[in-house]
Design a protein around this ligand. Structure first.
Ligand code: PXP
Length: 251
């Protein structure tokens, strides 16, 4: 069955806007679990713009489902990951000026560095997923460096869905279908290489089902759309709604 990883970074973003104590992402994790989350996902960024070290340590102690830590390849981040020991680390690229993770991690261009990071994390009992663009060379390189899973970047598909909706696409209605085809091919390539198949970024209540329906899809990590809906209906309900979409898509 498809697993829903709920990314709670944006709860911490609201707290950090005032540098205060609320809303607490640890509370959010409890609500997400009650709504049916299979995994709690957080991104500890070098600039600590949302999730703080304190959050990660408390989440490790309190989360009852899987804990997935997104982080960069920087040595200090890997050291924190090895100390906290989440169930999974998803290695992501990180640029200070970006609003959110913009592209996939380049595995091809830094194979030895990624392989070393994976060995270090695996030695601490942590599974490693690599957040990559949906293309064959990055998948092959992910396999070569010893990753257990890849998370295919769905951002281009998500943006195409928005463009199609807004009538901005030059080939209205077809752009998202083209991006979806790319993800489908990459998904098959991932499974053929024996890697676990995850996906995420920009997924919403409107665009999630075709991705959730891809055969072999194990885990979807979704943040912004769920937290946005939670403002109006509460996080427990928002998570339950997304979980239901994912499960029915795969039937
Ligand atoms: N997966 C990864 C690797 C990410 O970096 C992010 C964004 O933090 C997400 C999933 C969730 O993206 P969104 O907030 O657009 O759902």
């Amino acid at each position: 069955m498809r697993q829903l990883g709920v990314n709670i970074d944006h709860v911490a973003t609201v707290r950090q806007a005032r540098r205060t104590v609320e809303p607490d992402p640890v509370w959010a994790a409890v609500e997400a679990e009650l709504g049916g989350a299979d995994q709690i996902t957080v991104h500890l960024r070098g600039d600590r713009r949302h999730i703080q070290d304190r959050d990660l340590h408390l989440l490790k102690q309190t989360v009852n489902v899987r804990l997935n830590l997104e982080c960069s390849l920087e040595p200090d981040m890997l050291a924190i990951a090895c100390q906290v020991r989440p169930d999974q680390v998803c290695l992501v690229p990180e640029k200070r000026e970006e609003v959110t993770t913009e592209g996939g991690l380049d595995i091809v261009g830094q194979q030895e560095r990624v392989a070393q990071a994976i060995r270090q994390l695996n030695d601490h009992g942590i599974e490693v997923s690599l957040f990559i663009d949906p293309c064959a060379v990055q998948i092959d390189a992910s396999r070569a460096v010893g990753a257990q899973a890849v998370e295919l970047h769905t951002g281009a598909y998500a943006n195409a869905c928005l463009d199609d909706r807004a009538g901005l696409s030059t080939r209205t209605g077809r752009q998202a279908a083209a991006e979806l085809l790319i993800i489908n091919h990459a998904a098959q390539h991932t499974l053929d290489r024996g890697l676990r198949l995850n996906a995420g970024h920009g997924l919403t209540y409107r665009n999630v089902q075709p991705v959730a329906a891809i055969p072999g899809m194990e885990e979807l990590n979704i943040g912004h759309s769920i937290i946005s809906r939670a403002l109006f209906c509460g996080l427990r309900q928002a998570v339950a709604d997304m979980k239901s979409l994912i499960q029915t898509a795969a039937l």
